[in-house]
Design a protein around this ligand. Structure first.
Ligand code: PHE
Length: 459
């Protein structure tokens, strides 16, 4: 689905299913399998899950519908859609660019985590099942400069080869087959992990909301995760909307993506959180392990299972695919923005993407090794990029989208656009959210995360 922006005929999805598959392929990735479980474990278990689901069906719905519907109507990516509705002025350009910059920050560190997945896949292929389950395996790996850089570059190279060759259709075919297999395997692993001795506590912690575990940070983290996981507030759904046929029911298609994405996240939570309780103990320290959680916990589950080398290798192959489809959509978005806005050829734009990924990704990767004593506002490099994109830029990007709908397009006109193809069942809720709740809430979240990052306000 490359979007040259200059070609006379815009590429398009084959129908509702084309949009749903592409949007779900972009949505389901490391965000669901790696990021969601560690945030849920850290920020309140069941309380986090409940807040997350409420945010998905309200905020997530509002933003997804706004981005897709406007992208489809304007037949443009984010920057072009902002210009089409907001006029060619500084404010629209800023709104569009904030959306467009987010993937440039996420793509590099996404490739670093993708490299970690590659490394574990390799470990299972060569049969290092016991070693991978050891407590210091992960730490030793990410603190070795050459090891983590090597796997980061391997993953980034896979991503970029696809961008250069433009073979998305092949990737789409493979992922159509891989996604369902991933879900089935995750299901089996989740059942195994939930039935280990001591795991029941973990199931309870993850599924039953306990408001002693709730804090303002639960909401901040859940909101950032919702943007990340649904690929919102970064221009992706504007672009995918612009490829959507005129007769597809937008509301319905969006719901399907949300349901699928949330189910995969919940499955990943059931795979990982009960295992933390069973194998390491559900102490606050273990639950707040952060980005390393999946890599430390799952190998222990695999080492314990029969046929673990095969199960481990199969699992990491599938996660690798889910990660690749997402990183490709990130890199594709960067490339098409460079191409359209800097008016350069697709090839040059792709090389510029390579440079951005290499420079920022190396910083993230080295942030655990050679540069481990460099911190930005108290955060390691990868955490900083994650924070800057998810907690700072995405709320601003989402705010810009709300403003565009309310101030420039107008709520009545927006309703007409949606009603061209769907009944717009949640119209009332949509209006209240896009006009009042979302903008206010987004600004509160933004301020509180910035203040807390600088230690002025503690969450
Ligand atoms: N949504 C993807 C995930 O959950 C990550 C992603 C973000 C992909 C933004 C594309 C764009 O892993």
């Amino acid at each position: 689905m490359s979007d040259s922006g200059k070609s006379a005929k815009r590429s398009s999805f084959s129908g509702s299913i084309g949009y749903v598959m592409a949007a779900a392929g972009s949505a389901v990735g490391l965000g669901n399998i790696w990021r969601f479980p560690y945030l849920a474990a850290k920020y309140g278990g069941g309380a986090f899950l409940l807040v997350y689901i409420i945010l998905v069906v309200t905020f997530g719905y509002t933003l997804m519908l706004s981005e897709t519907a406007l992208g489809r109507k304007a037949r443009k990516s984010a920057v072009g859609t902002f210009k089409a509705y907001g006029g060619d002025n500084g404010a629209s350009r800023l709104g569009g660019w904030i959306n467009a910059i987010v993937p440039m920050i996420i793509a590099p560190y996404y490739c670093v985590i993708g490299g970690w997945v590659f490394k574990y896949l390799y470990a299972y292929i060569v049969g290092d099942v016991k070693e991978a389950a050891g407590d210091s395996y992960f730490g030793n790996f990410i603190t070795s400069t050459s090891g983590s850089m090597f796997w980061f570059i391997v993953f980034a190279a896979f991503t970029m080869v696809v961008i250069f060759m433009g073979v998305e259709s092949g990737i789409e075919k493979v992922s159509k087959f891989m996604m369902p297999v991933l879900v089935v395997l995750a299901f089996v692993i989740a059942i195994y992990s939930m039935t280990r001795p001591g795991a029941a506590e973990g199931v309870k912690y993850f599924l039953i909301p306990n408001f002693h575990h709730f804090s303002w940070m639960t909401v901040v983290a859940a909101l950032g995760q919702m943007f990340y996981s649904l690929s919102l507030a970064m221009g992706i759904l504007y672009t995918y909307g612009s490829y959507m046929k005129d007769d597809v029911n937008i509301e319905h298609a969006g719901n399907q993506v949300q349901i699928f994405d949330s189910l995969v996240a919940i499955l990943a939570g059931l795979m990982i959180i009960p295992a933390v309780f069973a194998y390491s103990g559900g102490t606050a320290k273990n639950l707040s392990a952060g980005p390393s959680l999946m890599f430390i916990t799952l190998p222990k589950v695999f080492a314990d299972m029969g046929g673990s080398r095969i199960v481990g290798a199969a699992f990491f192959v599938l996660v690798l695919f889910a990660a690749l489809t997402s990183s490709i959509s990130l890199a594709e978005t960067c490339t098409s923005t460079f191409q359209d806005e800097l008016k350069i050829s697709r090839n040059k734009a792709a090389w510029l993407t390579v440079v951005v990924i290499f420079v920022l990704g190396s910083l993230s990767s080295l942030g655990y090794s050679a540069l481990s004593n460099v911190t930005i506002i108290g955060m390691q490099m990868l955490d900083f990029f994650d924070f800057a994109s998810n907690s700072v830029l995405m709320p601003i990007a989402a705010f810009a989208t709300c403003l565009l709908v309310v101030r420039k397009v107008g709520l009545d006109k927006f309703s007409d656009i949606v009603k061209e193809t769907s009944p717009f069942r949640r119209e009332k809720m949509y209006r209240v959210f896009v006009k009042y709740i979302a903008p206010v809430f987004l600004m509160v979240i933004l301020l509180s995360s910035i203040l807390s990052a600088f230690g002025i306000f503690s969450l």
